[in-house]
Design a protein around this ligand. Structure first.
Ligand code: GLP
Length: 236
């Protein structure tokens, strides 16, 4: 594992964007696994800059996002589809029909999960998976559990996750209590994993996840078994 500590969110965003840009340059038709949350916003801003400067071309890129809230459709400004359109897709030349986000409004979430995994498989898997990390160690919305779940699946969000994500909503009561998330199978099959985290409050969970016991109680700890992981951390 390559654990990089940087001095600022700006530097974190620059380095993460450089790694993603390099992936796109090396393999223009790559499959990017993308993430939401506050951490990747700066990275996406840099990627937009690179695109505007003519340094990268998204025209052959496919993206698959990690997760979506159950019950929110893409027109809802709290949905992760909306987040991706707004923070990245609408500003670069990626083909919208090549951007995939799990459907949180699917009537059968189990069937949606199966279809999403089949889609990822049909794409040949993920070349580079970008991840954030939740304060409880979740990646995507894989919450602490007794097992690691392999496939894309429905989850009930932990109270601490609902509280952490309430900052994005008008009130805590508005935060959906369920989500659909890519499982550990597709994440662990990604050829490269890039996890970004910023803020002093992420230090303890990073320590547990990358230097502690590998356990589904700390979902991100499974990444210790991945052969190509880069972590970029900024305390500020
Ligand atoms: C959400 C997302 C995760 C993300 C996490 C951390 O719960 N589902 O994919 O990693 O938030 O978010 P932040 O980057 O805002 O700390």
């Amino acid at each position: 594992m390559n654990f990089i500590t940087v001095k600022s969110y700006e530097e974190l965003s620059q380095k993460a964007a450089n790694l993603i840009a390099a992936q796109i340059m090396v393999k223009p038709n790559c499959v990017l696994g993308l993430a939401t949350g506050s951490s990747p916003i700066g990275t996406y801003k840099k990627l937009i800059e690179y695109y505007e400067n003519g340094d990268i071309d998204f025209s052959a890129v496919t993206s698959v996002n990690l997760d979506e809230y159950v019950g929110l459709d893409g027109t809802n400004d709290q949905s992760y589809r909306y987040f991706m359109d707004h923070n990245l897709f609408d500003h670069v030349n990626i083909r919208k029909d090549r951007t995939f986000v799990p459907n949180g409004c699917a009537t059968d979430i189990a069937a949606e999960g199966k279809a999403y995994d089949e889609l990822i498989e049909s794409l040949g898997g993920i070349d580079l998976q970008l991840l954030g990390i939740g304060l409880d160690g979740h990646i995507g919305f894989n919450e602490p559990d007794e097992v690691f779940t392999k496939g894309t699946h429905g989850v009930t969000l932990d109270e601490s996750t609902i509280e952490a994500n309430a900052r994005f909503f008008a009130s805590k009561d508005d935060v959906p209590t369920a989500a659909v998330t890519m499982g550990m199978g597709a994440i662990m099959n990604a050829k490269k994993v890039l996890l970004i985290a910023n803020g002093a409050n992420k230090k303890d969970i990073l320590e547990k996840a990358f230097f502690g016991t590998i356990t589904p109680a700390v979902p991100a700890s499974v990444l210790q078994l991945h052969p190509n992981v880069t972590v970029i951390f900024s305390e500020n």
